[in-house]
Ligand binder design. Sequence first.
Ligand SMILES: Cc1cc2nc3c(=O)[nH]c(=O)nc-3n(C[C@H](O)[C@H](O)[C@H](O)COP(=O)(O)O)c2cc1C
Length: 370
Amino acid sequence: MSSVPAQATPGRAATADPPPLHRVDDLEAEARLRLDPVHRDFFAGGAGDERTLRANETAFDGYRILPRVLRGGGERDLRIELFGETLPMPVLVSPTAFHRLAHPQGEVATARAVGAAGTVMVVSMAATAPIEAVAGAAGPAARLWFQLYPQPDLGFTASVIRRAEAAGCRALVVTVDSPVFGRRDRDLRNGFLDLPPGCCCENMRDPQSGRVRDIVMDATLDWARIEWLRETTRLPIVLKGILHPADARLAVTHGVDAVLVSNHGGRQLDGVPASIDALPAVVAAVGGRIPVLLDGGIRRGTDILTALALGAVAVGIGRPVVWALAARGEPGVRQLLDLLRAELTRAMTLAGAVRPADLTREMVLDRVPV
Ligand SMILES: Cc1cc2nc3c(=O)[nH]c(=O)nc-3n(C[C@H](O)[C@H](O)[C@H](O)COP(=O)(O)O)c2cc1C
């Protein structure tokens, strides 16, 4: 078992009136200028030699979109159905820790932007604002999901789930790729062990003592714990960090509601496949019984299109949200979501798809020489 330090410091403020945003990747360069280099490395970095981190983005080069023409259709409809709800687009905000290292308003600013876009924000257990404040900022129509690292203390784990439910969270995203921390050389080299004073993992506050606990990565985690979670909450359960098709099948038999194909943005086990390369086998294993989601390396509307055509119902974005927040605060996160929506709309129009369901497997060629 290992643990996440509980303290963090705020970053610097960003401008309120941002310039136009043309590419998602521009945000990273802009964020670099604002972030403390140690925090920038924490957000950017991955495990080991960062092979998987790099692969998440470059793997998209191995796919080509095979468009359909003369399909008409007029206005595109990006909406999808997930857990009985309609989302405005197939793009979610994946959980990322410590938003207050990126911006003084932290997760509260992120939640306002995501709330305005009407899509889902998966709030990290390692958020630096309490889930109640994030829910308040996101507004009544917000769709928040709560990301959980199951803690060995079941009573405490249950109390965190009750807090997330009471705050209005609509799904529980259980991260299963982290029985121990990935070895992240950048953080080790920088000595990023203790988060500076001023903020902490507010969702880890003990209800009895008021003390903030460290997050424990639990190497004893197994399917029995998923069964326990299934009995502990009525919220839909999403398993985050599934790469192997056999685990996807087990998720279905254990009554899980969705799987999220993810390698934690290359931050856990280095050397695992890019998420997009792992997706097709998971989709085949699940066979349509539950939705399959994906995150890792999504930077363009065409990346989203590729993932949907390969069978994902929606995709998550991690680092781009942090870069947007650090570079431009809440308006930056709004711009990011607007840009991805616009890029996806254009890509679908060019590929002859009116709605996400029109994107089929035959519209993507793989193993393209690059
Ligand atoms: C800085 C950072 C912090 C993260 N924190 C969490 C976390 O607290 N819980 C979690 O399940 N995943 C976490 N992740 C993984 C993301 O949810 C997601 O899987 C990954 O960032 C997707 O890849 P992308 O950054 O290429 O979009 C984190 C990723 C980053 C980059």
